[in-house]
Design a binder for this molecule. Structure first.
Ligand SMILES: C[S@@+](CC[C@H](N)C(=O)[O-])C[C@H]1O[C@@H](n2cnc3c(N)ncnc32)[C@H](O)[C@@H]1O
Length: 274
């Protein structure tokens, strides 16, 4: 088990997902770590349907959806068990699903085999949680959703740099972050305290399967648009920061756009790689 406490809940959920024989059981028991939905009625089909709705919605909102995508390649950083990956394999000619947990990646293969285009899928383990073992200029789009906020800031920013490294010049990045908010003064220390408990033998693993506790442990990093854009200085251009209706802004972005579908605590960085 990883000693880096922010990785523990994913590794525990990944191991649970490996132990289950039915994909529907995996969704019922660990699906909440991906889209926060719970209930005995959940199935893998319902789970993938949420990704089928979100993938075209985000790609269209960000101007990243067109027929040329069938000839393009992409990487999804933090794919989990493939909630969105199945839809990506229908949109793009080649998809690399990257995640720190190989149990999730095995499940991702199954999900895509049932609901997407398995022949278009590759998987990539992000073993250190911060770098992508992939050559420079490999893909046309690097996408990440609900993942960078769960990494410590240095890892999240490193993954953002890696996203620009593996994307071809002229390709795009679409990276989702959680920005700072007033509640952080309470949430961040609580997250640190819970993650310290995760390190305790046995108790830690049990705790990391409890939804309320784990939601606190997820409060790892907050990154503002200015911080992320500064980390990518000289690597990106045509920078747009997307937020919900009432959002945050950045001095460094070329433009700001609003999309109602974005969580008010989140923001997206859409840019072209130089
Ligand atoms: C909340 S889930 C989101 C999964 C997927 N993007 C979705 O929307 O369904 C976060 C995912 O990020 C992965 N993850 C967390 N930290 C990571 C890191 N440092 N590097 C790569 N993957 C990471 C977790 O294993 C998990 O699968």
């Amino acid at each position: 088990m990883s000693r880096r406490s922010q990785l523990i809940p994913w590794k525990v959920a990944g191991r649970l997902s490996e132990q289950r024989t039915s994909a529907d059981d995996v969704v019922r028991e660990t699906g909440w770590v991906f889209n926060n939905a719970t209930g005995d009625h959940l199935t893998l089909a319902d789970f993938v349907a949420t990704g089928d709705d979100e993938v075209p919605a985000y790609l269209e909102a960000f101007g990243l959806r067109n027929e040329g995508n069938q000839q393009r390649s992409m990487i999804e950083i933090g794919s989990g068990i493939g909630r969105m990956t199945a839809a990506f394999t229908r949109e793009f000619g080649a998809v690399t699903a990257a995640d720190l947990d190989i149990g999730f990646l095995e499940r991702c293969h199954e999900t895509v085999a049932r609901f997407g285009r398995a022949e278009r899928l590759h998987t990539l383990e992000v073993a250190d949680g911060r770098s992508l073992q992939m050559p420079n200029d490999s893909v046309d789009l690097a996408f990440s959703y609900l993942t960078l906020q769960h990494c410590v800031a240095a890892d999240a920013l490193n993954l953002a740099v890696e996203a620009t490294r593996v994307t071809k010049p002229g390709g795009r990045i679409a990276l989702n972050f959680r920005g700072p908010s007033r509640l952080d003064i309470v949430l961040i220390p609580l997250g640190i305290a819970v993650r310290a408990l995760f390190r305790l033998p046995r108790i830690g693993e049990w705790l990391s399967q409890r939804r309320v506790v784990t939601r606190l442990a997820w409060q790892v990093s907050r990154i503002s648009p200015d911080e992320a854009i500064a980390a990518l200085d000289g690597r990106i251009e045509a920078i747009t920061v997307w937020t919900a209706a009432v959002g945050r802004t950045s001095h460094r972005a070329i433009s700001h756009r609003r999309f109602d579908g974005i969580n008010p605590n989140h923001w997206w960085l859409i840019a072209t790689v130089i």
